[in-house]
Write a protein that binds this ligand. Structure first.
Ligand code: FES
Length: 185
C-alpha cells in the first residue's frame, strides 16, 4: 500500500483515538481527517484507515459510503452542498441550485473546469429553519437565495481549499456553525 498518513496526520489520529473509547468510534473523525489529507477517500485510503484503526475494511467502507460528506471520487478544491429537500425546496432551494449551476457553468454533481468547485445537490443539512441552506467546507450559508449566490461564492473562494470536513471551528458570519454528518439517501 503506497498511501501513508503524514506525520502531522498521524499525530492527529493519535489525539483522536485518545478521545474515543475505541477505534470504531474514532472511525468517523479519522475518515474526515483522511479526506482532508488525501482529498477524497479512494479504496487505498479506506484500506489505510482500516489498517491504522485495526478495523475490518468492510466496516470502514460501510461508513464511508453511508455519509454524503465523504467523497469516494476526486472533488474540486471546495465542495458546495446545496440542499433541495422539502424546507429548502419550498423556500426556493432549486432556484438557488440553478443559479449556482448557471454561475459555475456546471450541473449538480459536476466539478468546474478549473477544479475550484464541486457542486452537489444535497438532502437535509439540518438547517431547515434558515432554508435554503448550503455548506461549503465547515461553513453554512443560510437563507441562500439566488441574489446572494455571487456573494456566497466569493466568500467560499476565501475558505481553505480541500477542507471538506464539517468539524472544527466555525468560520465567520452567515450563520456559520459546525455540521452533523449527513446520511446518503
Ligand atoms: S431541508 Fe434543507 S436544511 Fe433541512
Amino acid at each position: 500500500m503506497a498511501t501513508a498518513f503524514s506525520p502531522q496526520a498521524e499525530q492527529k489520529i493519535q489525539d483522536i483515538c485518545r478521545r474515543y473509547p475505541n477505534t470504531q468510534a474514532a472511525c468517523l473523525p479519522v475518515l474526515h481527517l483522511a479526506q482532508d489529507e488525501f482529498g477524497f477517500l479512494s479504496d487505498d485510503v479506506l484500506d489505510l484507515v482500516a489498517t491504522r484503526l485495526s478495523l475490518p475494511k468492510s466496516h470502514v467502507f460501510g461508513v464511508a459510503t453511508f455519509y454524503t460528506m465523504y467523497h469516494r471520487q476526486p472533488v474540486g478544491k471546495r465542495v458546495l452542498m446545496m440542499c433541495t429537500n422539502v424546507s429548502c425546496m419550498l423556500r426556493g432551494g432549486y432556484e438557488t441550485l440553478h443559479k449556482l449551476e448557471q454561475t459555475l457553468g456546471v450541473k449538480a454533481g459536476g466539478t468546474t473546469a478549473d477544479g475550484e468547485f464541486t457542486l452537489i445537490e444535497e438532502e437535509c443539512l439540518a438547517a431547515c429553519a434558515d432554508a435554503p441552506a448550503m455548506i461549503c467546507g465547515r461553513r453554512y450559508f443560510l437563507n441562500l437565495t439566488p441574489d446572494k449566490v455571487d456573494e456566497a461564492l466569493a466568500e467560499c473562494r476565501k475558505l481553505p481549499a480541500h477542507s471538506h470536513s464539517p468539524h472544527g471551528a466555525p468560520h465567520g458570519a452567515a450563520g456559520a456553525t459546525s455540521a452533523p454528518a449527513q446520511k446518503k439517501h
